[in-house]
Ligand binder design. Structure first.
Ligand SMILES: CC(C)(COP(=O)(O)OP(=O)(O)OC[C@H]1O[C@@H](n2cnc3c(N)ncnc32)[C@H](O)[C@@H]1OP(=O)(O)O)[C@@H](O)C(=O)NCCC(=O)NCCS
Length: 161
């Protein structure tokens, strides 16, 4: 069963080996623990587990829309959070784990972040696997592009609940 939970240092040994394929590093982060060490208060690290084993990672960013220059119409910036740095360890990719984690996310967010009603993320236009995965999990393409990333334009996607 795929579950998500907030990161705690007790899990650092399980997080350290998380790794994506070399050609995927451009789309995400490569050293999860060093990223965790540098987070600001508004960036909340999370783990994806498969039957209790840590297999993936993502960040929830409480200030996402105020920090990004997004050309999207939204009623309330404070009701939206951002999803960043999602990855599934290379050994566990292609088994439906990211899809299940993203499908579990709204229920988790309703419990843990009850003031939030929508999530946003960006995905590089060349990252077909991730784009398809987000669509499969129910995210919608806003139709707008974000041009602020280091490796080319990104689709802006959203999910609300
Ligand atoms: C993108 C990523 C998180 C997907 O995780 P995953 O657990 O392997 O994804 P799933 O097994 O749930 O796949 C869901 C859908 O994504 C698409 N997909 C996943 N891997 C794919 C691949 N290698 N090639 C093409 N499509 C792929 C498929 O549409 C798949 O559905 P299907 O199995 O019914 O065909 C994972 O590949 C990853 O960590 N990539 C590197 C980091 C990254 O790009 N993160 C996203 C940043 S925005």
């Amino acid at each position: 069963m795929v579950t998500i939970e907030q990161y705690t240092p007790k899990k650092s040994a399980q997080v350290a080996p998380l790794k994506v394929q070399p050609e995927q590093v451009q789309f995400t982060i490569s050293d999860v623990l060093s990223v965790i060490e540098q987070l600001d208060d508004h960036e909340h690290p999370h783990l994806i587990l498969d039957d209790g084993v840590v297999v993936g990672f993502f960040l929830l960013d409480m200030n996402y829309l105020s920090n990004q220059a997004f050309d999207v119409e939204i009623d309330s910036h404070s009701a939206a959070l951002g999803i960043r740095a999602l990855l599934i360890d290379e050994t566990f990719q292609g088994r439906g784990i990211a899809t299940q984690a993203l499908q579990a996310l709204p229920d988790y967010l309703k419990r843990a972040y009850s003031e939030k009603t929508a999530a946003y993320l960006t995905v590089n236009c060349r990252n077909v696997a991730a784009y398809q995965c987000y669509l499969k999990a129910g995210f919608q393409d806003t139709g707008n592009l974000y041009h602020g990333g280091p490796v080319g334009p990104q689709y802006i996607m959203t999910l609300s609940w």
